[in-house]
Design a protein around this ligand. Structure first.
Ligand code: GTP
Ligand code: MG
Length: 198
């Protein structure tokens, strides 16, 4: 899919204030600093569209971007950075779970995971939460430029093994990406395009 236009629409701290139009929406979620905002900029060919930072906790609001005048990309704040409290749900800021539970326009969530690390508990819990909530999602491995091909394969395999051991019947649809060298760009955009055509 070719990106012809990418425009910032609005930032909100409350899901209730997000755009009411019935246009399809794709959201990027994952731990703080995993590269959500950078990926949105890479996909849309615009380094300045979503604000990025080397310090975790940069994105604090729900940010809607209108792509090609007919679908939304949503940049969300990360989880796992704010103080973690006891219940699983409270680990993810309330407005993040509100977003996923109430946003009827949401077509697919992209859960970003740093390819360099072993499967992390909080990411596995978030994937579990999406599964239990019956929210369609894909996994996007980020920062693939930082490691070699063999390690990428090894870490994806470790993820798969972990999910299958946790009662997932198969590895969810996944993409290996880098915002530095645009790896995975066409695959992610074509996936969105194919789902939009359905
Ligand atoms: P929060 O908004 O804080 O939740 O973070 P985020 O997930 O939006 O991360 P962001 O895009 O701001 O990127 C965090 C840091 O990782 C920045 O310093 C980016 O330059 C860096 N980064 C993001 N993606 C990549 C990547 O694919 N490769 C490399 N090498 N660095 C990346
Ligand atoms: Mg961000």
């Amino acid at each position: 899919m070719k990106i012809n236009s990418a425009e910032f629409v609005i930032s909100n701290s409350e899901v209730a204030k997000c755009p009411k139009d019935r246009i399809p929406e794709y959201a990027f979620i994952g731990r703080s600093n995993v590269g959500k905002s950078s990926l949105i900029n890479m996909l849309t060919n615009n380094k300045n569209l979503a604000k990025t930072s080397s310090r975790p906790g940069k994105t604090q609001l729900i940010n809607h971007f209108l792509i090609n005048k007919n679908w939304h990309l949503v940049d969300l704040p990360g989880y796992g950075y704010a103080k973690v409290s006891k219940t699983t749900k409270a680990k993810f800021q309330q407005f993040i779970t509100d977003y996923f539970e109430s946003r009827e326009q949401l077509i697919c969530a992209f859960v970003l995971v740093d390819i360099r690390h072993e499967p992390q508990k909080i990411d596995l819990e978030f994937i579990e939460y999406l599964g239990e909530s019956e929210i369609p999602f894909c996994i996007i491995f980020t920062k693939a430029d930082k490691i070699g091909k063999n390690v990428i394969q090894k870490n994806v395999a470790a993820y798969k093994k972990n999910l299958l051991a946790n009662n997932w019947e198969e590895m969810p649809q996944y993409f290996v990406t880098s915002s530095e060298n645009a790896l995975g760009k066409e695959d992610v955009l074509n996936y969105i395009d194919s789902v939009n055509q359905e």
